[in-house]
Design a protein around this ligand. Structure first.
Ligand SMILES: C[S@@+](CC[C@H](N)C(=O)[O-])C[C@H]1O[C@@H](n2cnc3c(N)ncnc32)[C@H](O)[C@@H]1O
Length: 255
């Protein structure tokens, strides 16, 4: 048995348990997981049957699965910068794949709905991505975007630490993140305030915004988690949604 299995894993497990226990003391607003809410509530509340949906940066894990796609009679198009990611998506999920960079892609104005989950933090030019999203949508189409905020503590650390150190830390304490994480992150204009400006500048109407105040990055060391929780509570009092860890927005391209 390795030292990691014998000592580190149980230790990390106990810290995560304490962090979870502490969160039980907080109002629900502070414990709603953004990624889960986006998938289970935000997107379902906006989706309609018989429409064309783009999953931008959907890669190997498109948000809409094949059963739902068939049940709703959707045409699903996967757009991703990495052909390897696209090729690893479950068979027949995408009706079409487009290998392109979302910061420079010129769209065909054929999307009724566009989903973009956990992608824009990896894009070096988010202004370009907003222009591209606008060009993909039909007039009247809707973009649903979920992103970690560049204001979050982990995002600040992410920008400061060298790539190798970050990956070693992340995969060391949370090996389950290896499959989904590890893409280079820039957090270019990835805050709620930046998004409002980009939406306005690109002619979108913001139909809905949701802000989330939890992430699991510090839960592997309870003292750090406690400090970070205090930081979040204080931030929420002082700067409100700018203190969010992650957020979702629904952007309408006017008719
Ligand atoms: C963290 S994964 C998210 C995958 C999926 N959306 C999900 O929620 O599980 C980020 C994805 O964005 C893609 N990506 C990164 N930069 C991109 C860009 N500039 N244009 C298009 N896709 C990009 C990556 O190839 C990868 O598939």
């Amino acid at each position: 048995m390795s030292v990691t299995t014998a000592i580190v894993r149980p230790l990390v497990g106990s810290q995560k348990y304490l962090s979870k226990l502490f969160d039980k003391l907080l109002p629900e607003k502070f414990t709603l997981d953004g990624n889960r809410d986006f998938e289970r509530s935000f997107v379902p509340s906006h989706i309609r049957d018989n429409v064309t949906v783009y999953d931008v940066g959907g890669g190997k894990s498109p948000l809409i699965g094949i059963d739902e796609k068939r049940r709703r009679n959707l045409t699903l198009i996967g757009l991703d910068v990495d052909p390897d990611e696209l090729s690893r998506a479950p068979e027949d999920t995408y009706d079409e794949t487009i290998c392109a960079d979302i910061s420079s892609y010129q769209g065909r104005q054929d999307a009724d709905l566009l989903i973009c989950r956990a992608v824009l933090e990896h894009v070096a030019d988010v202004e370009g991505a907003f222009r591209s999203i606008h060009s993909i949508l039909k007039p009247g189409g809707l973009a649903l975007v979920f992103t970690p905020s560049g204001n979050a503590m982990y995002a600040r650390l992410n920008r400061m630490l060298p790539e190798k150190t970050k990956k070693a830390l992340l995969f060391g304490v949370s090996p389950e993140t290896r499959a989904k994480q590890g893409f280079r992150a820039y957090y270019d204009k990835c805050t709620p305030r930046d998004f409002r400006k980009l939406a306005r500048d690109n002619g979108f109407v913001i139909e809905e915004e949701r802000f989330y105040f939890i992430s699991s990055y510090f839960s592997c060391f309870f003292p750090a988690y406690l400090l970070w929780r205090c930081w979040i509570l204080l931030g929420c009092l002082m700067v409100r949604h700018q203190a969010a860890e992650t957020f979702s927005v629904a952007l309408r391209k006017p008719e």
